[in-house]
Ligand binder design. Structure first.
Ligand code: ATP
Ligand code: ATP
Ligand code: MG
Ligand code: MG
Ligand code: MG
Ligand code: MG
Ligand code: MG
Length: 252
C-alpha cells in the first residue's frame, strides 16, 4: 500500500479496549420515534407490523454477527448481547446501528406495503459492559420490566383516548395509578383482561440461535450432516430462572 506523509494522523484514532471475559450489550433505540410513529400512522398502542419489522432486522444482524448470543427487543429498541469471548467490541458495536437502520429501510415495504416511508429513520447506540452473569440478567430484567410498565400504561392510555377521553385527561387519570389499578381499569371499564393480551406486547421479543442438524447423503454416497442456523423468536419471560435453565446462553 502506498504511504503518504499524511498517514501519521491514523495514530489519533482511539481504540476502546474491552474488559476481557465480560458481557457487552449494545442497545439501539429509534431516534424520535414518537414523531416517526405518528408520521407513519402506527396503530396504537402497538403496531404489530413495526414489531415484526424490528424483529426481522434484529434476526438479520444476529445471522451476520456470530458473536451475538441473544437479542431482546421491545418498542423502538433492541439490545444485542455479545458473547464474553467476543473480540470485536469496537468494530462490531459501532456498526450495529447502521446495519439495523439500513435493514429497517430495506425491509420497510415488506411490512408496510401501503405506507410510503417519508424519511430515513435512525437509531442511537449505547454500550454497557457487564462483568457478571447476574449483571447481564438484571440488565435484561430491566428492559423486560420497562416493556411491561410501558405497555400497561399505553394500553390504558389508548383505551381511554379511543373511548373519547382527551389525551391530556387520560394522562391526568393515569398519572397516580399503580399497576393493580391499571389492570382493574382495563377490566372494569373496557372488559380487557391484561394477561390475555398477546405476549409479544407484554413480554417483548427474545431472539436466540437455533442450530439444526440434518442427515444428508454426500455426492460420493457417504452419510453426512448438514447444519442449518436460524433465529428463533420467543415472547417469553426472561426475568425468572426458567428461561435460563432451558437455554444455555450464559455458557456461550
Ligand atoms: P435519550 O433521551 O437520551 O435518548 P432515553 O430516554 O431514550 O434517553 P435510554 O438511555 O435509551 O433513554 O434508556 C432507556 C430507558 O431507561 C428509558 O425507558 C428511560 O426512561 C430509562 N432511563 C433513562 N435514564 C435512566 C436512568 N438514569 N436511570 C434509570 N432509568 C433511566
Ligand atoms: P428518543 O429519541 O429519546 O428515543 P423517542 O420519541 O423515540 O425519543 P422513546 O422513549 O424511544 O422516545 O419512545 C418510542 C416511541 O415510539 C413511543 O412513543 C412508542 O409508543 C412508539 N412506538 C415504538 N414502537 C411502536 C409500535 N410498534 N407501535 C406503536 N408505537 C410504537
Ligand atoms: Mg433515546
Ligand atoms: Mg426512541
Ligand atoms: Mg428520550
Ligand atoms: Mg425507546
Ligand atoms: Mg474502509
Amino acid at each position: 500500500m502506498a504511504k503518504s506523509k499524511y498517514e501519521y494522523v491514523k495514530q489519533f484514532e482511539m481504540e476502546q479496549q474491552i474488559l476481557p471475559e465480560s458481557w457487552f450489550v449494545v442497545r439501539l433505540d429509534g431516534q424520535g420515534f414518537s414523531k416517526f410513529t405518528t408520521a407513519h400512522k402506527f396503530q396504537k398502542p402497538n403496531d404489530k407490523r413495526a414489531l415484526d419489522l424490528m424483529n426481522s432486522c434484529a434476526s438479520e444482524i444476529m445471522l451476520k454477527v456470530p458473536d451475538i448470543v441473544l437479542a431482546y427487543g421491545q418498542s423502538d429498541e433492541y439490545s444485542f448481547v455479545f458473547s464474553k469471548k467476543s473480540k470485536y467490541f469496537t468494530r462490531r458495536s459501532s456498526v450495529t446501528s447502521s446495519q439495523f437502520a439500513s435493514a429497517y429501510v430495506f425491509n420497510w415495504s415488506k411490512y408496510f406495503p401501503d405506507v410510503p416511508l417519508l424519511y430515513a429513520p435512525s437509531f442511537d447506540a449505547r454500550i454497557a459492559i457487564y462483568p457478571t452473569d447476574r449483571h447481564l440478567r438484571d440488565y435484561l430484567c430491566w428492559r423486560q420490566a420497562d416493556c411491561h410498565i410501558n405497555n400497561l400504561y399505553n394500553t390504558c392510555f389508548w383505551e381511554l383516548v379511543k373511548s373519547g377521553v382527551s389525551n391530556k385527561q387520560a394522562e391526568i387519570d393515569l398519572c397516580k395509578t399503580v399497576s393493580s389499578e391499571k389492570n382493574e381499569l382495563l377490566f372494569s371499564k373496557f372488559g380487557i383482561n391484561y394477561n390475555a393480551i398477546d405476549e409479544i406486547y407484554r413480554k417483548g421479543s427474545v431472539l436466540i440461535r437455533k442450530v439444526e442438524y440434518f442427515n444428508v447423503t454426500t455426492p460420493d454416497g457417504s452419510a453426512g450432516k448438514r447444519v442449518k442456523n436460524s433465529i428463533q423468536i420467543l415472547h417469553c419471560d426472561i426475568i425468572r430462572d426458567k428461561f435460563w435453565s432451558e437455554h444455555n446462553i450464559l455458557d456461550l
